[in-house]
Design a protein around this ligand. Structure first.
Ligand SMILES: Cc1cc2nc3c(=O)[nH]c(=O)nc-3n(C[C@H](O)[C@H](O)[C@H](O)COP(=O)(O)O)c2cc1C
Length: 167
């Protein structure tokens, strides 16, 4: 069964709620194994054993939080082993123009450098789910849809054979 890891950092609970909603979307597919973990508890083994990795961070000064960057930096230990896996990102910010898009892009940059495959969003927040403050119903729907979309891509790649990874 395909496995998707949702790894997040959250101080006041907004990003955590989004992570839970994304998991709900993935769970609704019924045939994807979903692992929900705080970034601090995420191991290199978790990254390597997942077919999809979705990372969430609050927007801190327009980029990912230090704790999330720490995981990104730690992931150098499996550099070359994440090629062809599916990646995604989401964030919660205080303001609409408070740097949420740049935060998502800062995470996606890392995933792209790992050689991962990133799914864009045509309808909604284009780079990944965003919540301004506490997630409302609309954000919940968006997160759930995002989870479903990532799960569907992971499964499609598994069926079609994603690029061989030497792990
Ligand atoms: C250190 C720090 C930096 C922040 N920087 C920004 C920022 O640049 N732009 C913004 O819109 N919100 C900023 N915020 C607000 C958080 O992004 C926002 O409260 C978010 O919802 C917190 O997510 P959490 O509940 O998952 O911890 C900042 C908050 C903190 C504590």
């Amino acid at each position: 069964m395909s496995k998707v890891l949702i790894s997040y950092f959250s101080k006041s609970g907004n990003t955590e709620k989004m992570a839970e909603y994304i998991k709900e979307g993935l769970d609704s597919l019924g045939d994807v194994d979903v692992d929900l973990k705080k970034v601090q508890d995420t191991t290199i083994k978790d990254l390597r054993s997942s077919d999809g990795i979705i990372i969430g961070s609050p927007t801190y000064f327009g980029v990912m939080a230090r704790e999330v960057k720490a995981l990104m930096d730690k992931s150098i230990q499996c550099y070359g082993k994440l090629v062809g896996k599916v990646g995604g990102a989401f964030t919660s910010s205080g303001m609409i123009g408070g740097g949420n898009e740049t935060t998502i892009m800062s995470i996606l940059q890392g995933l792209l450098i790992h050689g991962m495959i990133v799914q864009g969003v045509q309808k909604g927040n284009h780079y990944g789910p965003v919540s301004v403050g506490a997630p409302n119903e609309e954000v919940r729907d968006e997160c759930m849809e995002y989870g479903k979309m990532i799960g569907a891509l992971v499964k499609r790649l598994e069926r079609g054979g994603r690029p061989e990874i030497s792990n």
